[in-house]
Design a protein around this ligand. Structure first.
Ligand code: ASP
Length: 337
């Protein structure tokens, strides 16, 4: 009897502690590119479309995390939505190369074991992020390119997508303008439309994914930072998960994604400060763009040195927002033009 009473007392004592246990935490951040976005050039209709597709991507990733799913599945789900949207420079709607083709790059990384997969220069895979993940899980390699990557895709059951699927009139017009007016990729695009997602799941695992068509008029097999592990994409459970967008050459030279994670892991830097400092370094070299990151503590952070970045974030604490221009502007606010 005494024993029973003691047990009951113990149960009562432990009750409040159980009730106070914090709810499992998750977080997600997405981007659809950064750049010189001019609010005056963004019609209300266009803005609504961008915000709707960003929200769709955010919702796809959120659904995975909220039901206790894996960070990896969440970032894939979010990126696939943006690859399928013609608005972003990834999958359908990718920019054109100098030769008039669409060549796609993507990378994904699991912060649990730092396993990673990447592809570059693929022309016939509808969702390059899924191929990158298959490189991660079903090959002994990290990075496959061009024809070889496409052969690997077919051997793993990926359908061959007709190259025309990726082409959109707006991106073709950008290439024509670039050639006719001898402009740089930055002049015609005024922004980078690469897409990416980073997530923390309820088990404490981090993941990062990035997918892009690169930069308009790219040639000679040019590959940017997006598929390079450590430059445009990185995830490490001990530090953070990062996905970048911007002028890839500068992000490669700075090793942006790994550099941010290294500052968190080794120097104990605060996430926002580390991201801002690394982006300032990119700017010092002459580059621009932005990053998204999540930390093991659940922070979901943006840092960009451009006038805007298509972005969104959602957390288990109830944050759910998409934004385009600077500051903490939210989708629900009135367009400023
Ligand atoms: N970072 C990409 C690249 O250089 C471009 C982008 O962010 O849109 O290929």
């Amino acid at each position: 009897m005494k024993k029973l009473l003691a047990l009951a007392a113990l149960a009562l004592m432990t009750q409040p502690a159980l009730a106070e246990a914090p709810a499992p935490r998750w977080s997600l951040a997405i981007h659809g590119g950064a750049g010189t976005l001019n609010p005056k050039q963004m019609t209300p209709e266009k803005r609504v479309q961008y915000e709707a597709d960003l929200q769709k991507a955010l919702d796809a990733g959120t659904a995975v995390l909220a039901r206790g799913g894996d960070a990896l599945d969440a970032v894939k789900a979010a990126v696939v939505v943006m690859e399928d949207s013609p608005l972003f420079n990834a999958g359908k709607g990718a920019v054109f190369t100098w030769e008039g083709t669409n060549e796609l790059d993507a990378a994904i990384m699991d912060g649990r074991d730092r396993s990673a997969g990447a592809v570059a220069g693929v022309k016939t895979v509808r969702n390059p992020i899924l191929l990158a993940d298959t490189v991660r899980t079903q090959s002994e390699h990290v990075f496959l390119i061009g024809k070889g990557a496409e052969e690997f895709a077919v051997s793993k059951g990926f359908a061959v997508t007709p190259p025309d699927y990726f082409a959109t009139p707006a991106r073709r017009e950008a290439l024509e303008r670039l050639k006719a007016e001898k402009l740089s990729a930055l002049d015609v695009d005024h922004k980078f439309g690469t897409v990416g997602a980073v997530a923390l799941d309820t088990k404490g695992n981090l993941a990062a994914a990035t997918s892009t068509g690169g930069m308009t008029g790219k040639r000679w097999g040019r590959v940017g930072d997006a598929p390079l592990i450590g430059a445009g994409t990185y995830a490490d459970n001990r530090a953070c998960a990062v996905s970048a967008t911007g002028w890839g050459e500068f992000f490669i030279r700075v090793g942006v994604a790994h550099e941010i994670c290294a500052r968190l892991r080794m120097a104990g830097a605060k996430a926002q400060a580390a991201a801002d400092a690394v982006m300032a370094d990119v700017a010092r070299l002459g580059g621009d763009g932005g990053v998204i990151l999540v930390t093991p503590e659940g922070e979901a952070i943006f840092s960009f040195n451009t006038t805007g970045m298509y972005r969104g974030r959602a957390t288990s604490a109830g944050v759910n927002e998409v934004a385009i221009f600077g500051g903490a502007e939210k989708a629900s606010q009135t367009p400023d033009h």
